[in-house]
Design a protein around this ligand. Structure first.
Ligand code: ADP
Ligand code: MG
Ligand code: MG
Length: 200
């Protein structure tokens, strides 16, 4: 099968491998304020994407992202599966192919709006959105990949002192404070991997 764009394979591999490499950490974070399955959930989704990689990379960017998003919905499960699935599927639906900077900015914006609608959440509730929203703003502002990665790192760290008002962690109330949100961390890991692939 011929590849539409060799960058696509490297991007999927980099993201999947980064998440899988941090599975234990994601599980530890989710054990503190959730049910301890985030590393396992994300690994299952990433392995499904890697398993489908040859078929995915034979497609144009937008179709590949739509198909990868569907894999995430089906395989990750939990709260994060439908949310990450919606994010990646909407990126696929919204992205021009091959992607341009303006196209990516608009697609990212649309994808995050879709995640907010799906999860009935917004930034400030100690979720993945607390990384995704500032990242989208940094991309809109024309920041370099390395700068966007730094925004994501800071945003993820900042979830530690936040009070969870969405998802499982919200059941803990004040006891959710003092722990990094697992979904914020998985988002940050994926963004860092993408930024490394994009270079400067
Ligand atoms: P579950 O909580 O069902 O076990 P996971 O452990 O895989 O699912 O994912 C938990 C993560 O999902 C949280 O750390 C948080 O970042 C994210 N999350 C949960 N609910 C929402 C929501 N409504 N909007 C955005 N993100 C959410
Ligand atoms: Mg969980
Ligand atoms: Mg769960």
């Amino acid at each position: 099968m011929s590849e539409t764009d060799p960058r696509l394979r490297k991007m999927f591999e980099a993201v999947a491998q980064a998440v899988i490499a941090h599975a234990d950490e994601l599980t530890e974070l989710d054990s503190a304020i959730g049910d301890g399955d985030h590393g396992h959930n994300m690994t299952r989704g990433m392995q499904a994407v890697l398993g489908e990689l040859d078929a995915l990379v034979a497609k144009p960017w937008n179709e590949a992202l739509k198909a990868a998003g569907m894999q995430l919905v089906m395989k990750v499960g939990g709260a994060s599966g439908p949310l990450y699935g919606t994010l990646v599927m909407t990126l696929g639906k919204s992205l021009d192919t091959p992607p341009t900077r303006d196209g990516l900015t608009a697609a990212l914006h649309a994808a995050i709006e879709a995640v907010m609608a799906r999860g009935k959440a917004s930034a400030g509730q100690k979720t993945m959105l607390d990384v995704l929203v500032p990242v989208s703003e940094a991309v809109s502002a024309g920041r370099s990949p390395a700068e966007v990665a730094e925004v994501a790192r800071k945003a993820c760290a900042a979830t530690k002192e936040m009070l969870a008002t969405k998802g499982r962690a919200s059941f803990l109330g004040e006891r959710s404070v003092g722990h990094i949100d697992p979904g914020a961390r998985s988002s940050q890991i994926m963004i860092e991997a993408i930024a490394e692939q994009l270079g400067d």
